[in-house]
Structures are given as structure tokens and as C-alpha cells.
Design a protein around this ligand. Structure first.
Ligand code: NAP
Length: 326
């Protein structure tokens, strides 16, 4: 296990966090609550002490399960709970809303659902073009001053948006999308955060399963699973991404004797993000975390990985399809 520091949070944070979007069920074709609780407990037992969630993950459901699992675990002291605010919904249709009134409602709801007195890391989920960034920043600063939260984060913000935010409030972390196949932030948010000592929690470490080493052409996606619409999972791209994953897997085994999933997460960590967010909803999915520790990628590894991706993926596409409407 490796640790990092999120500014303003005393406890050391594990460099892999458990992401609980799929635990909420919504947009992942539903999830099994018993498995979900077991997954959170397994992550904690494995030394993962950062749990990332959000109200919109299952419209409150993921947060409730995190709260329940924490009670079962027994000790809250060493656990860093990261949740978010700024997405509202009507009839399970989400939209961005960072108005003061909405944020006020959300913090109270999240504290109740998680059943905690304070939230360790509170993040604005998406910038809301209908609310001035200053309004959200001022509200977050107020929560920090009142002790309801310990650190302030944003997610999906550009450097320009973070600049505005930081004029009003301290900013301790940023959560952008980042993985081997989705690197759009390298020249923008990642560079900005490294320069300004803002902790980076990269989300989608496994590119929604494509980098798990277990994705195949015949995998079916049930119900509302977002991968039915994810452009990477549509032909002819799906075959290209699967081919890239397959070649990367062979390379990982031959060069490092490690599974693809370990290389995917190691790649993020060695690119200097503080924390890789790993989404899991079954306990065995998180067991692979052990293969991430105790080794590092070297300079020539990055070039060889890039070469494989360049040769196989002819129509790359980013994660933009996930942006909620404003
Ligand atoms: N801030 C934001 O806007 C934002 C957006 C997206 C995500 N996030 C955060 O980042 C976290 C991670 O992202 P993500 O959940 O979208 O995707 P991810 O980590 O790229 O992929 C998660 C999915 O990969 C599969 N998987 C995980 N471990 C596996 C294993 N060992 N073997 C095989 N398959 C495995 C599972 O899918 P199956 O169960 O279907 O097999 C799992 O649900 C989220 O949970 C959330 O906390 C934040």
C-alpha cells in the first residue's frame, strides 16, 4: 500500500480509493446491496481508506450503503470519506445545480445518509454554468469554517474554473477523469494541480472495465448500464479498445509479470496523480489491488505503452459523454 496526503486532512490517504458509483446501481444496470457492503468492507480490510461517493450515485443509495458499511466496520477514525455536491435530479434525471440553496440541502442530506458528523473531502461534482463559481466557492468555504467538512475539492473543473474558485475558497483537491485511454487532462487540470499543490484523484482508473483485463466482446450490459451508450463500447471502436487492452495485457505479463489491471492503476500513480479511483461492486474485484504495490513503471515502459495504444486505437474518443446536462 502507498499513501499520500490530501491537504488539510490529517490522516494519510491510500493511493487507491474505492469508487462507489456502480454500488449506487444507477447507470450500471443495478447492484446487489449485500455485495456492495462486502466490497466496501473488503476495501477497508485491504487498507484502502478513501471511499469516494456522491448523492447522485443511486440517488442517495450509494451514500447510505457507505454509511452502513462504516458502521459495520466499526471504526471511522482512519477512513476518509469523499462525497460531492452540485447535481440535482428530478424523476431520476440529473442536472447540474450549484446554487446555494441546493448545496445547503445536499450537505445536510449527505451527513444524514452517511451518518457522520463531518465529511472529510467535499467536492463540487461538476461546474454549473447557471451559478457563478464564486457562489459555490463561498458556500464551500463556509462549510470548512463551520467544521462540517475538512477539505474542499472540485471535480471536472478546468484550470480557469479552479482559478476563479481559489480566489474565494481554499481548494485542496480536484477529481478529473484520467486513465491510460483518457488523458485529456494532462496538459490542463493535471498540470495545474501539480503546479498548485492540489491533490489529484483521477477517476475511471479502469476505463469502466476496459482496463480490467476481463472485458470481452461477448460481455452484455443490462438495464441502464451506461456502457450501452459509452462510445468506447460501440463498434468499430470497441474492438480497437479491446485489442489495445489485449496487447497491453500481453506486454504487462511479459515485461513485469503483472496483470493489466495493475499496470493501468500503476500508470496513473506513476504519472503523479495522488489517488486512483477504482470502481468496484463485488469484493473480488478489489482483491486485485495487491498487484499494484511494490513496483513502478519506468521511462521506457511509458513509451512502449503509448506505442501499443497508438498502433491499435485509430479512433480515440474521450469521456465527454458522461457530462450531465446543465
Ligand atoms: N467525479 C466524476 O464526475 C466521476 C465520474 C465517474 C467516476 N467517478 C468516480 O470514480 C470511480 C471509478 O470510476 P468508475 O466506477 O466509473 O469506473 P472504473 O473504475 O473505470 O471501472 C469500474 C468498473 O470496472 C469493473 N471492474 C472493477 N474491478 C474489476 C476487476 N477486478 N475485474 C473485472 N472488472 C472490474 C467493474 O464493472 P462491472 O462490475 O460491470 O464488471 C466496475 O464497476 C467511481 O466509482 C466514482 O467514485 C467520478
Amino acid at each position: 500500500m502507498e499513501f499520500t496526503q490530501i491537504p488539510n486532512i490529517e490522516q494519510k490517504a491510500s493511493r487507491v480509493a474505492l469508487g462507489t458509483w456502480s454500488i449506487g446501481g444507477w447507470l450500471w444496470g443495478g447492484s446487489d446491496d449485500k455485495d456492495s457492503i462486502k466490497t466496501i468492507l473488503r476495501a477497508l480490510e485491504k487498507g484502502i481508506n478513501v471511499i469516494d461517493t456522491a448523492p447522485v450515485y443511486g440517488f442517495g443509495h450509494a451514500e447510505k450503503l457507505v454509511g452502513k458499511a462504516l458502521k459495520e466496520f466499526g471504526s471511522r477514525d482512519n477512513v476518509i470519506i469523499a462525497t460531492k455536491a452540485g447535481i440535482n435530479w428530478e424523476n431520476q434525471k440529473p442536472f447540474r445545480d450549484c446554487s446555494k440553496n441546493r448545496l445547503q440541502q445536499e450537505i445536510e442530506d449527505s451527513l444524514k445518509r452517511l451518518d457522520v458528523e463531518a465529511i472529510d473531502l467535499y467536492q463540487i461534482h461538476w461546474p454549473d454554468p447557471n451559478t457563478p463559481i464564486e457562489e459555490a466557492a463561498e458556500f464551500m468555504k463556509g462549510l470548512l469554517d463551520q467544521g462540517k467538512i475538512r477539505a474542499v475539492g472540485v471535480s471536472n473543473f478546468s484550470p480557469e474554473e479552479m482559478d476563479i474558485f481559489r480566489q474565494i475558497s481554499p481548494l485542496h483537491s480536484c477529481q478529473p477523469p484520467y486513465n491510460l485511454f483518457e488523458r485529456e487532462i494532462e496538459e490542463s487540470a493535471l498540470f495545474y494541480c501539480l503546479k498548485n499543490r492540489i491533490a489529484v484523484l483521477g477517476y475511471g482508473a479502469l476505463c469502466r472495465g476496459l482496463l480490467s483485463g476481463k472485458m470481452s466482446k461477448d460481455r452484455s450490459f443490462e438495464g441502464d448500464d451506461l456502457r450501452q451508450k459509452d462510445p468506447k463500447f460501440q463498434e468499430p471502436r470497441f474492438s480497437e479498445y479491446l485489442e489495445a487492452a489485449c496487447r497491453l495485457e500481453e506486454w504487462a505479463e511479459k515485461k513485469h509479470g503483472r496483470p493489466l489491471i495493475a499496470v493501468a492503476v500503476r500508470w496513473m500513480l506513476d504519472k503523479r496523480v495522488n489517488i486512483a479511483l477504482w470502481g468496484a461492486r463485488k469484493p473480488k474485484q478489489i482483491d486485485d489491488v495487491d498487484s499494484v504495490w511494490g513496483w513502478k513503471l519506468k521511462e521506457d515502459d511509458f513509451a512502449e505503452i503509448d506505442h501499443i495504444i497508438f498502433e491499435t486505437i485509430k479512433q480515440p474518443v474521450g469521456p465527454e459523454f458522461m457530462a450531465p446536462p446543465s
